[in-house]
Ligand binder design. Structure first.
Ligand code: APR
Ligand code: PHB
Length: 389
C-alpha cells in the first residue's frame, strides 16, 4: 500500500492530524495498535483551550462539543483553605471548554469513518524503516499477515510508549525529564459536580482537584504516594480523603457514589528534542509529557499537529521543505512554555515530601502573590486558556 503520510497512532494527535490533512487534500493512512473501542475506553483529561476549541470547530468536528461541552469562565485555586478565583473572562475575555478527551476522540473517529479515510486498527508490530532516506516505509502485521506501507513522510503520533520515538537513534535525541515523587488517584462518578468550576486545591495532606465531564458526571483526583496500591483505596476511603483536602463548603456539597472508573496516573515532565528525524515527525505525547496539573497534554498535541499539517500543506503545495524544517523548533517553543506552566502549577500545589521549610514558604509566597496580583492572575489565565499558536 502507498500513501502520502503514514500516521502512527489513532489517539487525538493522529486523528486530528488526519482530519487536518484531509482538509488540505493530503492522503493519510493511520495505523493503530489497539481497537477503536479500546482507544475510547481510556479516560483522560477534559479541558480544551480556547484555540483547541476554535480548531475543532474550524475543521468541522466541533458540533457536539458546542452542544454538550461546558464553557468555563474561570477556575478556583485554593491554598490551605483560602480560595482565589481566576476569572478568565474578566482578565482576558476568554474561556475554556470542559469536554472530555474521550469525546473529542469519538467525534474525530466518527468524522474519519464518514470520510472513508483509511484507519487500520489492530496493527501489530509496527516498525519504521529508512527514515533517513527519501522513501520511508512502515511494516506491520494484521490478521497473521505482514503488510508494508510506503509513504513520503511518517507522523509519529503514538503516545509516550509508542514505537516512533524509539525508532530514532539514541544519539540523535536529547531527553529532558523530571519525575515527580507522587501520582494522582482519579475517580469518575455519575453525580453532579461539587462546584460549578474546577477547583485546584493545595492542602497539607496533598493536592486535590475537582473536575467534571458534564452536569451529571464528575471527575476527582487526589495526590497519592507513587507506590499506592489502587485496590487499597475503597470508594469510601477516597471520598473521606478528598473531603479533608477541600474547602469546607465544597466538601459539604460533594455528592458521592460508586466509582465508575478509578486509576492512578504518574506525574512526569518529559521532552525529546528535536521532534524530527529525517522523514519522521513526532507529535503529541510521543515527543513530550506534562504533569496533568495545567491540563496541557491534549492541547499540546493539538498545537503540534496544527503546525505539522500546515507544514505538510506547504510542502505539497509549494514543493518547499521550509515549514517542515522549521516544525520542530516551532513546536518546541510552545511545548517548553507549557512544560514551564505545568511544572510551576504542579510545584505550587502539591505536597513534596522532601521539601525544606524554605521551599514550603516559597509555595505559600507563590499563592500569596497570585492572590494579590492582577498581573500574576492574568499570567495564569493566559497560560491556562492557551498561549498563541
Ligand atoms: N503502533 C501503533 N499504534 C500505537 C503504538 C504502536 N507501536 N503505540 C501506541 N500506539 C497508539 C496508542 O494505542 C494510542 O491510541 O498511539 C495512540 C497514542 O495516543 P495518545 O496516547 O492518546 O497520545 P496523543 O494522541 O499524543 O494524545 C495526547 O493523550 O495521553 C494523553 O495527556 C495526553 O491528553 C494528551 C493526549
Ligand atoms: C480532568 O478533568 O481530568 C482534568 C481537568 C483538569 C486538569 C487535569 C485533569 O488539570
Amino acid at each position: 500500500m502507498r500513501t502520502q503520510v503514514a500516521i502512527i497512532g489513532a489517539g487525538p494527535a493522529g486523528l486530528l492530524l488526519g482530519r487536518l490533512l484531509e482538509r488540505h487534500g493530503i492522503e493519510a493512512v493511520i495505523l493503530e495498535r489497539r481497537s477503536g473501542d479500546y482507544v475510547l475506553s481510556r479516560i483522560r483529561a477534559g479541558v480544551l483551550e480556547h484555540g483547541t476549541r476554535e480548531l475543532l470547530n474550524a475543521c468541522g468536528v466541533g458540533e457536539r462539543m458546542e452542544a454538550e461541552g461546558l464553557p468555563h469562565e474561570g477556575t478556583e485555586i485554593c491554598f490551605d483553605g483560602v480560595s482565589h478565583r481566576i476569572d478568565f473572562r474578566a482578565l482576558l475575555g476568554r474561556e475554556v471548554m470542559v469536554y472530555g478527551q474521550t469525546e473529542v476522540t469519538r467525534d474525530l473517529m466518527a468524522a474519519r469513518a464518514a470520510s472513508g479515510a483509511v484507519t487500520i486498527y489492530g496493527a501489530e508490530d509496527v516498525a519504521l524503516h529508512d527514515l533517513d532516506g527519501s522513501a520511508p516505509r512502515v511494516t506491520y502485521r494484521k490478521g497473521g499477515a505482514s503488510h508494508e506501507l510506503t509513504c513520503d513522510v511518517i507522523a509519529g503520533c503514538d503516545g509516550f510508549h509508542g514505537v516512533s520515538r524509539r525508532s530514532i537513534p539514541a544519539d540523535k535525541l536529547r531527553i529532558f525529564e523530571r519525575i515527580y515523587p507522587f501520582g494522582w488517584l482519579g475517580v469518575l462518578v455519575d453525580e453532579p459536580p461539587a462546584a460549578p468550576e474546577l477547583i485546584y486545591a493545595h492542602h497539607q495532606r496533598g493536592f486535590a482537584l475537582c473536575s467534571m465531564r458534564s452536569a451529571t458526571r464528575s471527575r476527582y483526583y487526589i495526590q497519592c504516594p507513587e507506590d499506592t496500591d489502587l485496590d487499597a483505596w475503597t470508594d469510601d476511603l477516597f471520598w473521606d480523603e478528598l473531603r479533608r483536602r477541600l474547602p469546607q463548603a465544597v466538601a459539604e456539597a460533594l455528592r458521592t457514589g460508586p466509582a465508575i472508573e478509578k486509576s492512578i496516573a504518574p506525574l512526569r515532565s518529559f521532552v525529546a528534542e528535536p521532534m524530527r528525524y529525517g522523514r519522521l515527525f513526532l507529535a503529541g505525547d510521543a515527543a513530550h509529557i506534562v504533569p496533568p496539573t495545567g491540563a496541557k497534554g491534549l492541547n499540546l498535541a493539538v498545537s503540534d499537529v496544527q503546525y505539522l499539517a500546515m507544514a505538510l500543506a506547504e510542502h505539497y503545495r509549494d514543493q518547499s521543505n521550509a515549514a517542515l524544517d522549521a516544525y520542530s523548533a516551532r513546536a518546541l517553543s510552545r511545548v517548553w512554555k507549557a512544560e514551564r506552566f505545568s511544572w510551576w502549577m504542579t510545584t505550587m500545589l502539591h505536597r513534596f515530601p522532601a521539601f525544606s521549610s524554605f521551599e514550603r514558604r516559597m509555595q505559600v509566597a507563590e499563592f500569596d502573590y497570585l492572590r494579590g496580583s492582577v498581573a500574576a492572575s492574568t499570567a495564569l489565565a493566559e497560560n491556562y486558556t492557551g498561549l498563541p499558536t
